[in-house]
Design a protein around this ligand. Structure first.
Ligand code: ASP
Length: 732
């Protein structure tokens, strides 16, 4: 919550008094060290960092002229990381490096199980497709973007006009800043847009990734849970061409020399210490209406949690009999499990807090506030009703739309065939008119993503998924049939007809062959048709349905962008509170304290776990199978100088009340002086609800303590060359 509360002018003194009391309340609350807010760089100068207990200033954090901490904070894939040496060494999470080691693993050389440690730069593992971006500058371009709109436009035209304008701004910015990457991010829906210029590095390599028994200790049991004992960290390195410019992987590339890198501080971190995080949080939805929340609670999240639970069980049983399949499906299982448990905890939290009812009550009061003020009703009077209309129509077609969407993302053969047809069409358009994933600037990443999905393809799993989606499709209501599937399997004996299709199509298709798919990527639709491939044939029939779906989506997105923006505006006036924009993958600051909490009545959870807890949880069986070396060093109490004097043992994880979400994975946890003391990787179970509603009582995030990282690296893995590269000195 921002402490800059602007009082509405011309209001009665009573309102002013109430606001003042509230304001003082906020200040007092703020002084306890906890603040809602993922602050964008534009807010830094307005924050009172000293009052929050931080010793760094806004200029220490971001200073394009002289360099600031932001120069050391990278977005790495969907995660965050920090530069921690002059040689481009980056620390992030084990779960952020998981895809890289999974793709490089085989049953004989299983980096997932055993971990990966490069003996020197020549043996580091290229992380194909993984990129790093560093924020260089930002500029408000709202006026330019919104200037592309006119009142007479339909919603779908508005969406298109905005995305076209954004492409123009990006193209110009990339021409003006050669070698950099530009992105325009929507801050408040339909209201404000910011152009970011990024340094964009394309050669990233894995350096040290601990074994799963450390990096994912506790597995899904402990995921999203406190107390935690997971060493969720990994080291990567960024490379550039010998002249220092960003380049694709080449053995001739050299380590990236950053403008700034973080100082690693293995010193004391204690309960109550002030800390902050700089990172790239992904998405939050705190300024949405009750209509959005109830759709999430009733429709979208339960559907996905259920689907993923089932898909995970299919992949797990495939892996039990087939070790290569276990490796191929490992990353997908991990990511689906992560989402599934996140949604489960959100759904529980929504029920526990009766969140939809609370927001519905707010919305009712908001509606009355709007109705009571003639200057507001023309602009905002219909917002809630219009939102209701959209969510009602989404509910009505949800089964149909979800079946289509998730059939495409789950069944690799259907997804691949549709992707080839999309490429055939899009690549024939001028670059600026293409869907973003097919624009020249994104094409290499799209191709890499496709090749990687085929590398992980398991035919048996795909068949089971296809079967299930066909059977689901057969149960859709009359108003929403998927005609091409009806044509294939009819309306009677659907199971045996589906099985017949599977028995014919899978042996006949060539789309499981990555080399073939990559060689035909970009060919025309006519050429693709001439292959007579059963999945290309099916995708040709399905395509008009997907097109119609994306038109509906564009129309809806246009409407929702406008309405969500108006809703947030009206709500902000009603609450007389400036909002901080929801997370959107751009760099943010959040601050607070190392702090325990009460997860349930009569329980208190302290904020620091130790190696004693690792040993207590160890059963010897996955996911609680601690490496023997860890147990041995623990027994000898061989922690070098890394043990906490106060705890008299080695700290493992830290808990704090900062405002984080997905995407903050891998973010540096910084002490008041801006030194790295931990690596953020998760939230407590009751905290995931903070994506919808933040509250200090339950919003808790989790980091691995840097002392555990250094101990694991130097003492357990024997990679002292890394700790000395970080300038930490002997661990002894
Ligand atoms: N572990 C998390 C993730 O999956 C980080 C978080 O959401 O807090 O992204």
């Amino acid at each position: 919550m921002k402490t800059t509360l602007s009082l509405g002018s011309g209001r009665s003194s009573l309102v002013g008094m109430v606001a003042l009391v509230l304001f003082l309340g906020l200040l007092l609350h703020g002084s306890a060290g906890a603040d809602e807010g993922m602050y964008p760089l534009s807010e830094l100068s307005r924050l009172n960092l000293a009052a929050a207990g931080l010793k760094v200033t806004a200029a220490d954090i971001f200073d394009p002229a002289h360099g600031g901490l932001v120069d050391a904070i990278v977005k790495i894939g969907g995660c965050t990381g920090s530069l921690i040496s002059p040689e481009g060494l980056v620390i992030t999470n084990h779960h952020c490096a998981f895809g890289v080691i999974q793709l490089a693993s085989t049953p004989e050389k299983d980096y997932i199980r055993d971990g990966f440690l490069a003996s020197g730069s020549s043996t580091e593992l290229p992380a194909q497709g993984l990129t790093i971006r560093i924020t260089e500058s930002y500029t408000d371009v709202s006026a330019e973007v919104l200037g592309a709109l006119s009142d007479t436009m339909k919603f779908s035209e508005r969406s298109k006009a905005v995305s076209r304008k954004i492409k123009d701004i990006v193209a110009k910015a990339e021409t003006d800043n050669p070698g950099k990457r530009a992105e325009v991010s929507e801050m408040f829906p339909g209201k404000s847009y910011v152009l970011f210029i990024y340094t964009f590095l394309r050669d990233v390599r894995a350096v040290y990734v601990p074994p799963r028994s450390v990096g994912e200790f506790g597995g899904e049991f402990d995921n999203w849970v406190w107390p935690r004992h997971t060493g969720d960290f990994a080291f990567m390195r960024a490379y550039v061409a010998p002249d220092g410019s960003p380049a694709d992987y080449s053995p001739n590339n050299v380590p990236y020399r950053p403008k700034k890198f973080l100082r690693v501080n293995p010193g004391v971190v204690e309960d109550g210490d002030k800390v902050f995080i700089l990172g790239y949080p992904g998405r939050t939805f705190r300024h949405r209406s009750s209509r959005y929340l109830s759709y999430e609670e009733d429709v979208r999240m339960p559907y996905i949690a259920d689907l993923y639970r089932w898909e995970i069980s299919v992949m797990e049983s495939a892996g039990e009999e087939d070790p290569p399949a276990a490796i191929k499906t490992a990353a997908r299982i991990k990511s689906l499990s992560n989402v599934m448990k996140n949604y489960r905890s959100k759904l529980e939290g929504m029920k526990r807090m009766d969140l939809v009812k609370a927001r519905r009550d707010d919305d009712r009061a908001l509606q009355q506030f709007i109705a009571a003020d003639p200057s507001l009703s023309p602009e905002y009077g219909r917002v809630l009703r219009d939102l209701e209309g959209i969510y009602n129509s989404m509910r009505e077609s949800a089964d149909y739309e979800m079946t289509l969407r998730y059939m495409r993302s789950s069944v690799t053969m259907i997804g691949t065939a549709l992707m080839l047809l999309d490429a055939a069409e899009e690549l024939r358009k001028p670059d600026m008119e293409r869907e973003s994933e097919f624009m020249e600037r994104n094409l290499a990443a799209t191709r890499t993503g496709l090749a990687q999905s085929l590398k992980n393809y398991v035919e048996g799993v795909d068949q089971v998924f296809l079967r299930e989606f066909f059977l689901d499709a057969s149960e859709l209501g009359d108003a929403h049939r998927i005609a091409p599937i009806d044509t294939l399997i009819g309306t009677s004996n659907i199971e045996s007809k589906t099985d017949e299709f599977i028995a014919e199509a899978y042996p006949a298709t060539r789309l499981g062959d990555s080399a073939f798919v990559m060689s035909v990527f970009g060919l025309s639709a006519d050429t693709l048709k001439s292959f007579n491939d059963p999945f290309l044939h099916l995708a040709l029939q399905l395509r008009p349905l997907y097109r119609a779906l994306s038109d509906t989506q564009a129309e809806r997105d246009g409407a929702l962008t406008k309405l969500d923006g108006e809703y947030a505006d009206a709500r902000s006036r009603f609450l007389r509170k400036d909002f901080i924009p929801d997370a959107n993958g751009t760099i943010r600051l959040t601050y607070g304290s190392i702090r325990g909490y009460s997860p349930a009545d009569a329980l208190y959870a302290g904020p620091i776990t130790t190696i004693k807890g690792v040993i207590e949880k160890t059963t010897g069986r996955e996911p609680f199978n601690t490496p023997a070396k860890v147990v041995e060093l623990y027994k000898k109490r061989d922690f070098g100088r890394l043990a906490s004097r106060k705890l008299n043992t080695l700290p493992v994880c830290l808990l704090y009340n900062l405002d984080t979400t997905g995407g903050n994975s891998g973010s540096p946890l910084l002490n008041a002086a801006g030194e790295l003391v931990g690596v953020n990787f998760d939230r407590a179970y009751g905290a995931t609800i903070n994506d919808f509603a933040w509250d200090e009582s339950y919003s808790r995030s989790i980091a691995v303590d840097i002392r555990y990282v250094l101990w694991m690296t130097a003492k357990v893995a024997g990679a002292e060359y890394l700790t000395s590269e970080m300038g930490v000195g002997a661990i002894d």
